[in-house]
Write a protein that binds this ligand. Structure first.
Ligand code: ATP
Length: 434
């Protein structure tokens, strides 16, 4: 897949209602995007799949949902006020702005061809805001740049009420904001995005074991999402890449048309965060170990993934252009569990009672899956629309249905059609989806 394909995906997303530019009628806002009806369905399914895999299906992980606005001291304690910087350079000639670690400063500016750089300056990525009606005297705080700190500051509350014993995890899913210097590649790097984060608290000394465990679990999760395993890899961080709090880190990466890039970071954060909150809040952040009768500060292994990057990965990985009977077919081969619509139901014609039968089938399917009724246009065109939206199954109601109660069930990828009884549609979908 080449870079052009990202443009094709952007236009498919608009055409089919997955993603729109934010505030489009006002000319858009840089690197912010809105999810349309299909996009939000798919995003919700990705989030649900994560929540089930990381939280609901495990005895030793619980969830929480912290406020986006937090006490400003949180960000001093976490190191974000002093360390969450990217180096910024400007081209003095054309005023283009870059992240200094993303360009070769020995070469000319790629926009204007001149080599006239400013000195790199440090730029804090947090969005500042003020609390209270008077801006000048209001208290300065930040839109959270990660969800993780909401978990750390609630460690004592959640551990105490859930009565979890080490090792155990607290997970959270929610918005984060970063005033990125360079954005781009569609949803890959945006200023507002969602994170899926797990902080897994462990006995200090068991860091390596749990880091290995979560690396494997998380890589597998992306495979279970239906992403091509050959385009996924785990990459260990070099020492000079490690964040200030971390002693070891792996990235889950995907091979995008623009190169291998991070989907998730899995890091050994040691006791850094709880130590810091201990110090800054003056409130003990400790765990009472019933086995040793000792109070300890647990270490942490973190898994931090982006919802929007995962969403983009699913689209890029699923996007196909094929020749079918001398015509181009665009199809999104999404895993059925994350496709916005699971099954389209199409009456062959708009008369003879076929739409009514189709409506009844849609209602039945909706008891378990998402379904869509479409009677507009030729059957071929209707299938093409569903192929582009990634709908894995299509049921067609025709005249034979009125005679023997059977319909055709079409598979998006193979385009094979089988005739089955109307009564078996739900069980057939169930057996195919898994
Ligand atoms: P990058 O190096 O790509 O800026 P990072 O290492 O700063 O990412 P983390 O702080 O580890 O990212 O954040 C965890 C995850 O959150 C990332 O793997 C990514 O999926 C997501 N994420 C971070 N920043 C953005 C962003 N600006 N837009 C979309 N997703 C993001």
């Amino acid at each position: 897949m080449d870079l052009k394909s990202i443009e094709n995906i952007v236009s498919l997303c608009k055409r089919r209602g997955f993603i729109f530019q934010s505030s489009e009628i006002y000319g858009g806002l840089g690197s912010t995007w809105d999810y349309g009806s299909y996009g939000v369905e798919m995003k919700q399914k990705i989030k649900n799949f994560w929540w089930h895999d990381v939280v609901t299906s495990r005895e030793n992980v619980v969830g929480m949902d912290a406020a986006i606005l937090m006490h400003p001291k949180t960000w001093e304690a976490s190191g974000h006020v002093s360390n969450f910087h990217d180096p910024l350079v400007d081209c003095k000639n054309c005023k283009a702005r870059y992240r200094a670690d993303h360009v070769d400063l020995t070469k000319p500016c790629e926009k204007c061809g001149k080599k006239d750089w400013t000195e790199p300056r440090q730029f804090n990525l947090m969005f500042k805001t003020t609390i209270g009606p008077v801006e000048d005297s209001g208290e300065v705080t930040y839109l959270r740049p990660e969800t993780a700190q909401g978990i750390f500051v609630n460690f004592m509350n959640v551990q105490g009420t859930s009565r979890q014993k080490l090792p155990f995890g607290i997970a959270q899913l929610g918005k984060a904001f970063r005033n990125e210097i360079t954005t781009g590649n569609f949803l890959f790097r945006t200023r507002e995005f969602e994170q899926m984060e797990l902080e897994f608290f462990i006995h200090p000394g068991e860091n390596e074991k749990w880091l290995d465990y979560w690396c494997e679990e998380r890589l597998n999760w992306f495979k279970k999402l239906g992403i091509n395993p050959e385009k996924l890899r785990l990459r260990p961080h070099d020492k000079d890449e490690l964040a200030h709090y971390s002693t070891a880190c792996f990235d889950v990466e995907y091979e995008f048309p623009f190169g291998w890039s991070e989907l998730e970071g899995i890091a050994d954060r040691g006791t850094f965060d709880l130590d810091q909150h201990n110090k800054y809040s003056g409130k003990k952040q400790q765990y009472f170990d019933p086995q040793t009768n000792e109070r300890i500060i647990p270490a942490v292994v973190e898994s931090s993934a982006g919802v929007d990057r995962t969403f983009l990965t699913c689209l890029v990985d699923a996007y196909c252009e094929e020749e079918v009977r001398d015509k181009k077919r665009i199809v999104l081969k999404l895993d059925p569990k994350i496709a916005p619509i699971t099954c389209a139901v199409l009456p062959l014609v708009k008369k003879d009672g076929l739409p009514e039968i189709a409506q009844k089938i849609v209602e039945d399917i909706r008891t378990k899956y998402s379904a869509f009724f479409d009677q507009g246009g030729s059957i071929g065109r209707r299938y093409r629309r569903q192929d582009e939206a990634g709908t894995p199954y299509g049921v067609t109601v025709d005249h034979q249905t009125t005679e023997d109660g059977t319909v055709t069930l079409r598979d998006r990828d193979t385009m094979d059609q089988v005739r089955i009884s109307t009564d078996n549609i739900l069980s057939e979908l169930q057996s195919r989806i898994q």
